[in-house]
Design a protein around this ligand. Structure first.
Ligand code: GRF
Length: 198
């Protein structure tokens, strides 16, 4: 059974998909805990599924390093096999990446390497492209730069706004995440082979 800690900052729709998948005894993964950098709405999904939560707010620390140390210590003792960033909107300092690499994956709402950063959906809309998508990648020291494990395409419709496009992307993200986690659990994806940090 693959054990997971998930970090979120937002509504947690991807977290919810993962929790629902893990609720099926035939699914080979389990969520040990869910963490956030703030009192994120999505934490309620963890509570609904009886999964423990923790919040470590950067503002409460003198430095990003101190924040990352405490965030890491909330995870370390659980000894997870995998950390899933599912809409976690803070950049993790190197010390955190070094501690857990290559066992950290991130979901991103674009076809990486296109449109990295916090406004991927908006940037894709502005670009005039007809297709965007979503990616899951191994986290390295850069922003959305780690090796891509899987991606899915999503058409951009002429009448799309940021919200409508993002909602369609999230549907694909949710299915992709559940599939990638299954493949990692079943040994069909070996994160060591994707190690972007070294
Ligand atoms: C997702 O689109 C993810 O790719 C991005 O943030 C969004 C999180 O959505 N990094 P949710 O909180 O899972 O609904």
């Amino acid at each position: 059974m693959l054990s997971i800690v998930t970090l979120i900052s937002g509504s947690g729709s991807n977290l919810l998909s993962l929790l629902k998948a893990c609720d099926n005894p035939l699914y080979p993964a389990t969520v040990l805990a869910v963490g956030s950098d703030k009192d994120a709405a999505g934490l309620m999904h963890a509570e609904e599924f009886g999964v423990s939560t923790f919040v470590v707010e950067p503002d409460k620390f003198d430095s990003r390093q101190d924040w990352a140390e405490v965030l890491a210590s909330n995870i370390n003792h659980l000894k997870p096999d995998l950390i899933v960033l599912a809409g976690f909107m803070k950049i993790l300092p190197g010390l955190f990446i070094d501690r857990f690499s290559p066992k950290i994956i991130n979901l991103h709402p674009s076809l990486l390497p296109n449109f990295p950063g916090a406004h991927a959906v908006r940037d894709a809309l502005k670009s005039g492209e007809k297709v965007t998508g979503c990616s899951v990648h191994v986290v390295d020291a850069g922003v959305d730069t780690g090796p891509v494990i899987e991606s899915r395409q999503v058409e951009i419709h002429p009448d799309d706004d940021e919200q409508s496009l993002h909602e369609r992307i999230k549907v694909q993200e949710q299915m992709m995440l559940v599939g990638v986690v299954r493949n990692i659990a079943e040994g069909k994806i070996n994160l060591e082979e994707f190690d972007g940090n070294r």
